[in-house]
Design a protein around this ligand. Sequence first.
Ligand code: AKG
Ligand code: FE2
Length: 258
Amino acid sequence: MGIYVENNSWDMAWIERLESRRGVQAQSEQLRVMFSLGNRELTIDEFIGMVMNSSDENPAPYLRNVHLEKFLPELMEDVSPLPEYFSPNWLQGPFTKPLNSRLHGGNCELYIGGTGGKFPVLHFDTWHIHTFLSQIYGIKEYTIYAPEDSAYLYPNMNTSRVGDIDNVDLNKFPLFASAKRIRFHLNPGETLFVPAGWWHTTKIITPSITLSVARVNESNWKDFSRDLRVGAPAPFRPLVATYLTGLRLMKAITSSLE
Ligand SMILES: O=C(O)CCC(=O)C(=O)O
Ligand SMILES: [Fe+2]
């Protein structure tokens, strides 16, 4: 059991009705930003229309990585509290603010897309975070590879250079043939745990709503903090290292008091 939405009330028609619950303008602004559609206004209504008519040949844009609390705060009550086993979450608590411009405390991100929509790249999640992906509505295909297969995936940092995994040029990327593909459907009510460093990408089978949460805790702290340190501009690295050591110490103390 993953994230539980009260009364299983989220479906496309329901998302569409959000429009009447909020200002159209705010939604349009959000979608414009998400899809980089320039000055084109796209209402929730239009977007859901595209999602429902989406096909492999002509996929709708994929609305993804939307910070739920920021963009649709009224939905938070539907998904709270998060399952107990999503803990511990070191992205929340005192002094975590500097981590959270991108990870926003490990709060939910929302994904909505139609048939044929794809996550754009095979990747593992930035900074070696762990991720829980809960399928709320529709069916999504996940393709994953173990960290041990990295050498076959032509990594460029945390993304793969092979492009579309179903049409890989084996002359250019011959080692890809040795990677062990694991592919399955995630159905409504199911949650996938993607541990840090596991490669993954997706394709939407039927109109789909997914929620994800990022997690950092003792189990991935070492890789997470190294990625953050190494990713910082050189002059800031000592400062970042000191901050992370302090935070680690505080988490050790607070968890020993629990
Ligand atoms: O469900 C998806 O499309 C994958 C999302 C994902 O991997 C990500 O946001 O990092
Ligand atoms: Fe991911």
